[in-house]
Write a protein that binds this ligand. Structure first.
Ligand SMILES: CC(C)(COP(=O)(O)OP(=O)(O)OC[C@H]1O[C@@H](n2cnc3c(N)ncnc32)[C@H](O)[C@@H]1OP(=O)(O)O)[C@@H](O)C(=O)NCCC(=O)NCCS
Length: 159
């Protein structure tokens, strides 16, 4: 089913946090950071600098994406979070959210979108997903997150 992509509201927060807890790739400390970012956005979306959208299927939250302009750059944007509920993955929801974000960033005169991820084996599907969406590896910082866990920065030129 095609998801509806719409701005996140206060009412969505419990479902989004629960969805993040259900995703095995995310550590509890990462979910704490995601929640801080969500609180900042829900408190004052304009001043927070974050844009958060949810994908709804039927009346339930199936995924969310969070992105924003990278401070002190001209037209560079970071995609900070993208997640789809485990039972809703591989149904085109991540693609719908990322396509939406790419389009929205472009409309806002963004020219470069960046996404960081880990080199750990459990993120292999995620890396294949980014490649399938037209993102390519711009750089790798070895042993960034932990010994043996590199940071990969994916990029997409939007204009
Ligand atoms: C990564 C993630 C966001 C992808 O979302 P998704 O809804 O499962 O992915 P989609 O169904 O939209 O996949 C879209 C495309 O990605 C590619 N893709 C997805 N999984 C793939 C796999 N295992 N192998 C190869 N290609 C794959 C396919 O080309 C697919 O396109 P197609 O259906 O037209 O063939 C989701 O799996 C997820 O939340 N994972 C856990 C959390 C995470 O890693 N988040 C990102 C890091 S912050």
């Amino acid at each position: 089913m095609r998801p509806e992509v719409r701005p996140m509201t206060d009412e969505d927060k419990p479902a989004v946090i629960q969805m993040l807890r259900n995703i095995p790739e995310f550590e509890p400390t990462e979910i704490d950071v995601a929640e801080e970012v969500i609180n900042s956005y829900l408190g004052d979306s304009i001043r927070s600098g974050y844009h958060i959208f949810v994908a709804e299927v039927g009346s339930s939250i199936a995924g969310y994406i969070c992105y924003g302009p990278t401070p002190l750059t001209e037209g560079t944007w970071d995609i900070y979070w993208l997640a789809v509920a485990p039972d809703k993955q591989s149904q085109g929801i991540g693609k719908a959210l990322l396509n939406f974000a790419d389009g929205n960033i472009k409309e806002r005169k963004g020219r470069l979108a960046l996404i960081e991820t880990s080199s750990k084996p459990e993120y292999e599907t995620t890396r294949l997903f980014y490649r399938a969406q037209g993102y390519e590896i711009a750089c790798r910082i070895a042993n960034f997150y932990a010994p043996g866990d590199d940071k990969l920065v994916f990029q997409k030129r939007l204009r």
